[in-house]
Design a protein around this ligand. Structure first.
Ligand code: NAP
Length: 243
């Protein structure tokens, strides 16, 4: 049996691809998310393929639910903070709506990273533990409150990397570009929208969840022990500032 890995938002999209890559490597994987039926389906699919995947439903913005999930996770080698999303993608029509959008995106993207990390930190393997957080290209070039919320994770991660480096724990951030095969775009994800987004990427296409997962796997590997405190883009060349 390999490592014990926790993947937040592991039921869908990028998180499910991350869970798959660790399950295929022989890790014990715990996937977290709010929807039990989604997590159960993903765990079943990965276990049918020979994985060792368990699941637990929790809203990771809630301290009590995070504490329960961390208790269940126990000793952990790799924590992948992937849960999040743009919870306010349309322009606000009023000051109240603006306030609500900012609070929603800040709490929905910062708390599911900061709370599980704090809760699991005492149980993270030393030396050799890994914390990998999924941010976004939006942290560098837009998307209003969503981009700002993701950007908040960068200095937080760098400070944590600095603090944990002497203990042999690495902390890194991946900032994906456009990854269409996810639930991220929801009702915005029409064929025309996806075609426009793909055309704006220098590589001429969106990335796949597996392409993000491959970098997560590398950052989690023993070979990546000197790689810490970094924010790494995976975006088909849409970097920096290109549209
Ligand atoms: N797709 C892209 O183009 C793209 C680009 C850059 C960055 N990202 C980032 O990549 C990460 C993964 O997103 P995705 O693209 O794979 O979209 P996704 O399919 O919507 O995945 C997001 C996952 O996070 C879970 N989640 C969200 N809030 C949660 C909470 N409070 N507590 C527990 N689980 C929560 C969701 O499950 P439940 O709804 O069941 O809780 C879902 O499984 C996100 O952080 C996103 O911001 C995506």
């Amino acid at each position: 049996m390999g490592r014990r890995t926790v993947v937040s938002g592991g039921g869908t999209g990028i998180g499910a691809a991350i869970a798959e890559v660790f399950a295929k490597a022989g890790d014990e994987v715990l996937i977290l998310g709010r929807r039990a039926e989604v997590l159960e389906g993903t765990a079943k699919r990965l276990n049918d393929a020979g994985g060792h995947v368990t699941w637990h439903a929790a809203d990771l913005t809630d301290p009590e639910q995070v504490a329960e999930a961390a208790e269940l996770a126990g000793d952990t080698d790799v924590l992948v903070n992937n849960a999040g999303g743009n919870l306010a993608a349309t322009p606000a029509a009023s000051l109240t709506e603006t306030r609500d959008q900012w609070l929603t995106n800040l709490s929905g993207n910062v708390l599911p990273v900061v709370l599980p990390t704090q809760a699991l930190l005492p149980r993270l393997r030393r030396p050799g533990g890994r914390i990998i957080t999924i941010s976004s290209i939006a942290a560098f070039r837009g998307a209003a409150s969503y981009g700002a919320a993701k950007a908040a994770l960068h200095p937080w991660s760098i400070e944590l990397a600095d603090r944990l480096a002497p203990e042999g724990v690495t902390v890194n951030v991946i900032a994906p570009g456009f990854v269409p095969d996810t639930e991220f775009y929801r009702e915005r994800g029409t064929p025309e929208f996806f075609a426009g987004r793909a055309a704006a990427v220098p590589a001429g296409r969106g990335g796949t969840p597996a392409e993000i997962a491959a970098l997560v796997a590398h950052l989690a590997s023993a070979e990546a022990g000197f790689l810490t405190g970094q924010v790494i883009g995976v975006n088909g060349g849409a970097w920096p500032g290109t549209k």
